[in-house]
Design a protein around this ligand. Structure first.
Ligand code: SAH
Ligand code: MG
Length: 203
C-alpha cells in the first residue's frame, strides 16, 4: 500500500485493526487478479481504503455498498455508536460525507465506487461477477445472513470471500458473522486464513 493510503486508513473512523486491514488488503490483491471487488458495509471508508488500494494495484475497482444510515449496533445507545456521524438535521446517522472524504484523501476515487443503497435491495438487480466479496454490513443474524445469501453467488470460481467480526466464542462478540462463515464452509467455500476476526475463504 502507498504511504498515504495507509495513513488515511489508519486515521479513518471504523472498527478494523491495522493487522486485519492489511490481511484484507492481501485478500484484495488475491481476488483482484480475477475480477472486481465488492464490499458490503462501507461505513466511513476505512476498510474501503485497504481494499481500494488492492483494486487500484490490480487495475480493477471496488464496489462498496451502504445506505450510510448505520446498522442496529451503530445507533445511539448501542456499543458501536459515534455521535459525530449523526446528521443534526434529521437525527439519523449519515456516514456518507465521512466516506467521501476518506476515499478522496486516500487518492482512491478512481478505484472505489460507492453504491448508496440497501444491500438486499440493490442485490435484486446486481449482475456483476466479483473476484472478492467482503461481508461487513449489519451484524444482526437475519441481516448478515441476508447479505451472504444475496451476494455469495456472485463470487466466481477461484474468487475470495472475506467475512469480518467472526467470533467463535460468544464471549468475544456476536455470532452472526460466525454463522455466515459456517454456512459458507457448508456451501463449499474453503477456509484460507484467519487474521484476528477476519476470515478468508476461497470458492
Ligand atoms: N467495513 C467498514 C465497517 C462497516 S460497519 C469498515 O471496516 O470500515 C457496517 C455498515 O453496514 C454500516 O455503515 C451500516 O450502515 C451498513 N449496513 C447495515 N445494514 C445495511 C443494509 N441492509 N444495507 C446497506 N448497508 C447496511
Ligand atoms: Mg467489521
Amino acid at each position: 500500500m502507498k504511504e498515504r493510503e495507509l495513513e488515511v486508513a489508519r486515521a479513518a473512523k471504523g472498527f478494523m485493526p491495522d493487522d486485519e486491514g492489511l490481511a484484507l488488503h492481501e485478500a484484495g490483491l488475491d481476488g483482484g487478479r480475477i475480477g472486481p471487488l465488492l464490499e458490503i458495509g462501507s461505513y466511513c471508508g476505512k476498510s474501503a481504503v485497504y481494499l481500494g488500494s488492492a483494486a487500484a494495484a490490480c487495475g480493477t475497482v471496488l464496489f462498496t455498498i451502504d445506505h450510510h444510515h448505520g446498522s442496529e449496533e451503530n445507533q445511539a445507545g448501542w456499543d458501536h455508536h459515534d455521535d459525530e456521524v449523526v446528521d443534526a438535521r434529521t437525527g439519523r446517522m449519515d456516514t456518507l460525507p465521512f466516506f467521501r472524504r476518506t476515499i478522496e484523501d486516500a487518492g482512491l476515487e478512481a478505484a472505489v465506487v460507492g453504491v448508496i443503497a440497501d444491500s438486499p435491495g440493490v442485490g435484486r438487480y446486481w449482475a456483476i461477477p466479483v473476484g472478492l466479496l467482503f461481508i461487513d454490513g449489519g451484524h444482526a443474524d437475519d441481516v448478515a445472513m441476508a447479505d451472504y445469501i444475496t451476494w455469495a453467488g456472485f463470487v466466481v470460481s477461484g474468487g475470495v470471500l472475506a467475512v469480518h467480526d467472526v467470533f467463535e466464542d460468544p464471549a468475544d462478540g456476536g455470532q452472526a458473522p460466525f454463522r455466515v462463515w459456517q454456512r459458507a464452509v457448508a456451501d463449499g467455500f474453503a477456509p484460507v486464513s484467519t487474521s484476528g476476526s477476519l476470515r478468508v475463504l476461497r470458492r
